[in-house]
Design a binder for this molecule. Structure first.
Ligand code: XIL
Length: 301
């Protein structure tokens, strides 16, 4: 049977999904995961509040299960995430000095990226550093360390795992606009100054307020022209039926139009376990039936 990962591979691309470790024991789920997907993104298992809930005491049990699983099946691994304002343990939020927070950030990245050294294909090093206006998001890192926290994270990731591809990842950056312009300026500056960055992730959250933009391919292309790869990292489209299918096809086609768009990943394997209010934003429904969106993506590939 022709599958998402086979169709993507035929274009030189990887097709992935966000996966929670808790479902690796569910046979229907893993059957579909194994058939259709060639890359795994841990849903929460690599986030700071899971891997370093207590300072310096790393717990990789759940993340290791996902990485072992992916490796045993020849799937790529997308590490998610090293530095993000959300899902932080209290001890990080409570560090009031910028210098001490930067030390904690560096040690965190050294600990996590170091643990998985050589086994993670792509790291989302920094996630969601910008607000929708294009200004830096007001996070603990931004407030206490200042603009430099983003490049500090990339430098620490490079030191910890020199072979992983290092990505910046964000949402609502799919088309041209103040937010994607801000990410673009950051990447251009990093490339110009030699700060290590290999890829930019576009999460791809689409709904009636955020439709797939007509200029998505052009936007992906301008990033690629900076010399980085571009990835769709957790595609999901609110809705159902043909409308949802059409939106998926447009987003996937935008990636296909750009040779450096090398990874397409969706926010989960099946609607059955989807985490947010969008409820049915994926390609496969709660009964593991392929939806119109599944076939439209397969057709587009
Ligand atoms: C989400 C997880 O999927 C949920 O299980 C969790 O409750 C909240 O975080 N952007 C990202 C992801 O980069 O890491 C987030 O994941 C969704 C938004």
């Amino acid at each position: 049977a022709y599958t998402l990962k086979d169709a993507a591979a035929a274009t030189g691309r990887v097709f992935g999904a966000v996966v929670p470790a808790g479902l690796l024991g569910v046979a229907d789920y893993t059957k579909t995961l194994d058939q259709e997907f060639g890359q795994v993104t841990p849903e929460n298992e690599m986030k700071w509040n899971v891997v370093e809930r207590v300072r310096g005491k790393f717990d990789f049990a759940a993340a290791d299960r996902l990485v072992d699983y992916a490796e045993s099946r020849g799937m790529a691994v997308r590490g998610s995430v090293l530095a993000w304002h959300s899902q932080l343990p209290g001890w990080v939020v409570n560090i009031s000095s910028g210098a001490r927070l930067l030390t904690a950030l560096r040690e965190h990245i050294a600990g996590v990226a170091g643990h998985f050294r050589g086994r993670v294909d792509y790291w989302d090093v920094v996630n969601e550093a910008f607000g929708d206006s294009g200004a830096r998001r007001n996070s603990v890192f931004q407030e206490r360390i200042g603009d430099g926290w983003v490049e500090e994270a990339f430098l620490a990731a490079e030191a910890a795992d020199p072979t992983a591809k290092l990505c910046y990842n964000d949402y609502y950056t799919d088309g041209f606009g103040p937010k994607s312009d801000a990410v673009y300026d950051l990447v251009r500056d990093f490339v110009a100054r030699g700060v290590p960055i290999d890829c930019v992730g576009f999460q791809g959250y689409f709904n009636s307020d955020h439709r797939v933009p007509a200029d998505m391919a052009a936007n992906l292309r301008r990033f690629a022209d900076l010399g980085v790869d571009v990835h769709l990292t957790e595609l999901n489209v609110t809705g159902s039926g043909e409308k949802q299918a059409k939106a998926y096809a447009v987003a996937v086609s935008a990636c296909l139009a750009v040779p450096r768009c090398t990874v397409i990943a969706v926010g989960g394997v099946t609607d059955k376990y989807y985490w947010n209010a969008a409820k049915t934003p994926l390609l496969i429904d709660a009964d593991y039936s392929r939806k119109p969106a599944y076939f439209s993506v397969l057709d587009a590939l």
